[in-house]
Design a protein around this ligand. Structure first.
Ligand SMILES: NC(=O)C1=CN([C@@H]2O[C@H](COP(=O)(O)OP(=O)(O)OC[C@H]3O[C@@H](n4cnc5c(N)ncnc54)[C@H](OP(=O)(O)O)[C@@H]3O)[C@@H](O)[C@H]2O)C=CC1
Ligand SMILES: CC(C)=CCC[C@@H](C)[C@H]1CC[C@H]2C3=C(CC[C@]12C)[C@@]1(C)CCC(=O)C[C@@H]1CC3
Length: 346
């Protein structure tokens, strides 16, 4: 006779736990008394209370030991948006997420919390205080967004309140904080190449940037409030700093904090967007001959020049969410954490 170990409610698994958000989540879970199994394609650190399982989430046999006897799973793995590799996004975000759901179901996992993205509804037009009932982007602007939509649908549709797997999706936007491998490094690299002199558009567009610890807080609240009778089942929730800021003010604060000049000159939005479209087409046509990745993609230009901020009222109402760290505090903690990216650093 095989006896099934009753999973401890303070045990959980984090798929993608070696990444930027994943590691912050793991650290907070440990602080809150959880023991954590991390599953990731790479191991980037060691911590007491964490067991590492290295593997590809598309491989169910590799996943199984990490999810065994675990009641709660966080899925925050994804290829980086900058890779722009359609086949990879499809394999990991769509096929891989199917595999994660199957493994959870087969192993009797009770709750699955997905890290989705607010970008699933963004298609280049302004979004002001967007709520969760905005429809998914009909024409996603890049392959990352296309597969994040499919991924979120798969996870939310898998929710089974009748004794099966419970699911919820967290949609963060513009995550920043210490150890972020994308936002600050891209910004500094662009500044170091002398390309951060221009503001795209009139510079008044408001955007959500969300400090990583607030995103983590939203994930843990979602996990702890997810029950068969709760409104969270099968639903997406925006988690933001609840302080939309002008995109270019945020960029300037980070740049100036690190000793670089803030952008000053304005360029018309439609002109830069048109150029980005041309570059993108050129890159597509030349792909068989030369591989080059433009910094100014249509998606990035749109993100830099339109409004995109979201309401987190639903998370406040259904799970008692409130940001723990203000934008000002988050920016200063982030800037301090990057001494090597300061202007003039060796
Ligand atoms: N950063 C942001 O602003 C936002 C992020 N999100 C979402 O949050 C989540 C976390 O993002 P973030 O922390 O920034 O990303 P990271 O790239 O830092 O973390 C993702 C982790 O998943 C790993 N991974 C990738 N593919 C696989 C695979 N096939 N099997 C196992 N592990 C894999 C990555 O490894 P490797 O690095 O080797 O690829 C990495 O360690 C993602 O789902 C992302 O879509 C949503 C909105 C905004
Ligand atoms: C709010 C949100 C979704 C942020 C996501 C992070 C990235 C998409 C941005 C982080 C740094 C940004 C950036 C640009 C576009 C968007 C980012 C990559 C530019 C390339 C936009 C055009 C420029 O003038 C330079 C910018 C560098 C930084």
């Amino acid at each position: 006779m095989t006896t099934r170990v009753r999973p401890s409610s303070k045990r959980c698994a984090v798929i993608g736990g070696s990444g930027f958000l994943g590691r912050h989540l793991v650290e907070k879970l440990l602080e809150r008394g959880y023991s954590v199994a991390v599953f990731d394609i790479r191991q980037s650190y060691e911590l007491p209370g964490v067991t590492f399982y290295q593997g590809d989430l598309c491989d169910k046999e590799a996943l199984r030991p990490a999810l065994k006897d675990v009641p709660l799973v966080f899925h925050c793995a994804s290829p980086a948006p900058a890779s722009d590799d359609r086949a990879l996004f499809q394999r990991v975000n769509v096929q891989g997420t199917r595999t994660v759901i199957q493994a959870c179901t087969e192993l009797g996992v009770q709750k699955l919390v997905l890290t989705s993205s607010a970008s699933v509804v963004y298609e280049g037009a302004d979004i002001k205080n967007g709520t969760e009932d905005i429809p998914y982007a009909a024409k996603p602007m890049d392959y990352y967004t296309e597969t994040k939509i499919k991924q979120e649908k798969l996870v939310l549709q898998a929710c089974d309140k009748e004794g099966g797997l419970l699911t919820v999706a967290i949609r963060p936007h513009g995550i920043f904080g210490p150890r972020d491998p994308q936002l600050v490094p891209i910004l500094v690299d662009t500044a170091r190449r002398g390309k951060m002199k221009f503001i795209i558009g009139d510079g008044t567009n408001l955007v959500d940037f969300t400090f990583v610890e607030n995103v983590v807080h939203g994930h843990i609240l979602a996990a702890e409030h997810l029950r068969p009778e709760s409104p969270l089942c099968g639903k997406p929730y925006h988690i933001t700093n609840d302080e939309p800021i002008r995109f270019w003010d945020f960029m300037s604060k980070v740049l100036v904090g690190l000793g670089y000049a803030a952008p000053r000159y304005h360029l018309p939005y439609m002109l830069v967007y048109g150029l980005a479209m041309l570059l993108w087409l050129l890159a597509l046509l030349l792909r068989p001959l030369v591989a080059f990745k433009p910094t100014f993609t249509p998606m990035r230009v749109a993100l830099a020049g339109t409004h995109h901020y979201y309401s987190c009222e639903a998370a406040k109402r259904d799970m008692g969410y409130k940001p723990l760290v203000s934008l000002t505090e988050g920016i200063s903690r982030t800037v301090e954490s990057y001494p090597h990216l300061r202007h003039g650093a060796p």
